[in-house]
Design a protein around this ligand. Structure first.
Ligand code: NIG
Ligand code: FE
Length: 411
């Protein structure tokens, strides 16, 4: 099966030579072809170039993209799409003055979602989660990482990871699964941290590995959650099962967590609302991708990741949604890109690099996703007619996506 896009006004993120990520100093450049064609064969990008060089291609389905911009589908490297119910009451409590921390201390927050999840059947969780996945595909996400972490029991964590596996099997979007048993300490382990980590290491991980349910391991490294030492134990245990780390860190406080993550070769460090100069120095000498989650900052009113400072130091940066019921009930990467431009002062070029190729890197998918490169997956966003791709973040509340193609097929 062949599909040929013709008369593309602007084809963005064109990388004829494959790259795995873009560093902060290079993110300002987003290579493009004006008046372009792109050929899809089966699920792959098989050719692209200027319209004047269009070869004869018999028997292709034609999509006329006159006036439209085409770019790789978003790569959302950090989500918690699988959950049960919602936390609207906490949202209103925050409006009325409570902080995220105060709500958590009252038994709300992650433990609230864990209670709901453990009371909900696997099938019901699947039904709720698949609606969210379908929604983000329509919003242009073609690759998504999904975490567990609302089970916090052996059965609950396995249930979540089985739902992720089922989503993987039933939808064309690329999905990576991350085991986040270390998301919070269940009530019964409040005073017995090592007891819960024993459950994670000795009970959850062997079962997850036996069913091959996870690609990565995560922990919430934060004051009041998992300490540096506790997270190191989690990362080491993950390594034994071949699960590289992607860690929630520096969301509220900087406690030398990034140093530990880099020491353990974490694939990514995520959140980074609070970043010290030492953290930046440590990241400079690493292959660890920093990941910013601006819609979380927006929703719970915390600082934005200091993107400019980090990029000016040469660090790459990825952007992701953090889609979850507590701090970011939105999986819209278009909003993330716009918010990164508006609030973090990233240029549209930088934000798109961060939301495509660097996002792909942060979930180990940059060989197949995140750029217009021959042989990569045909995961594409086709915009409505626009005069410039700058309109994407500029018109932040308007849906400018006309069509989304995932694995060569219209969504
Ligand atoms: O990435 N920070 C930790 N975990 C999630 C939120 C968890 C929740 O409140 O449900 C996050 O923001
Ligand atoms: Fe998160």
């Amino acid at each position: 099966m062949k599909t040929l896009l013709i008369n593309i006004q602007e084809l963005l993120q064109v990388r004829p030579t494959p790259i795995d990520k873009v560093s902060g100093t290079d993110m300002a450049t987003l290579p493009a072809i004006q008046n372009a064609f792109l050929l899809i064969e089966n699920n792959l990008i098989s050719d692209f170039g200027k319209m004047e060089d269009l070869p004869k291609i018999p028997e292709a389905q034609i999509i006329d993209a006159t006036g439209k911009t085409v770019l790789p589908a978003w790569c959302d490297s950090h989500t918690h799409i699988v959950y049960a119910g919602n936390r609207v009451q906490e949202f209103v409590d925050r409006i009325n003055g409570l902080s995220y921390e105060e709500i958590a201390n009252r038994g709300g927050g992650i433990l609230n979602s864990a209670k709901k999840l453990n009371e909900t059947s696997e099938e019901e969780i699947y039904q709720q989660s698949k609606e969210r996945l379908k929604e983000v595909m329509k919003q242009g996400s073609g690759a998504v990482e999904i975490k567990s972490g609302y089970g916090l029991t052996v059965e609950g964590e396995l249930k979540m990871l089985r739902v992720i596996k089922k989503l993987k099997e039933n939808y064309p979007v690329a999905i990576k699964a991350t085991f986040l048993g270390a998301h919070a300490f269940p009530k019964e382990f409040k005073e017995n941290h090592s007891g819960y980590i024993d459950v994670i290491v000795n009970e959850m991980l062997p079962k997850i590995a036996a069913e091959n349910l996870a690609d990565y391991i995560d922990a919430f490294l934060e004051t009041g959650y998992f300490s540096v030492e506790e997270t190191e134990r989690i990362m080491e245990a993950g390594k034994k099962y071949g699960l590289p780390a992607k860690i929630h860190v520096n969301q509220f406080t900087a406690i030398n967590g990034i140093e530990a993550c880099v020491k353990h070769n974490a694939l990514s460090v995520d959140h980074l609302e609070i970043v010290t100069d030492e953290d930046i120095e440590i990241l400079k000498n690493s292959d660890t991708m920093p990941v910013a989650l601006p819609s979380c900052s927006y929703f719970i009113s915390i600082p934005y990741t200091p993107a400019r400072k980090m990029m000016e130091a040469g660090l790459p940066l990825a952007l992701a949604t953090d889609f979850n019921p507590g701090t970011t009930p939105s999986g819209n990467m278009n909003f993330v890109v716009a918010t990164a431009c508006i609030k973090m002062k990233m240029t549209p070029e930088e934000a798109i690099n961060a939301a495509t190729i660097n996002g792909a890197y942060a979930m180990g998918l940059s060989e197949t996703h995140g750029s217009i490169t021959k042989g990569k997956r045909a995961n594409l966003i086709i915009t409505k007619p626009i005069t410039s791709f700058y309109q994407l973040p500029y018109a932040f509340g308007t849906n400018l996506i006309e069509q989304v193609i995932i694995e060569g097929k219209l969504v």
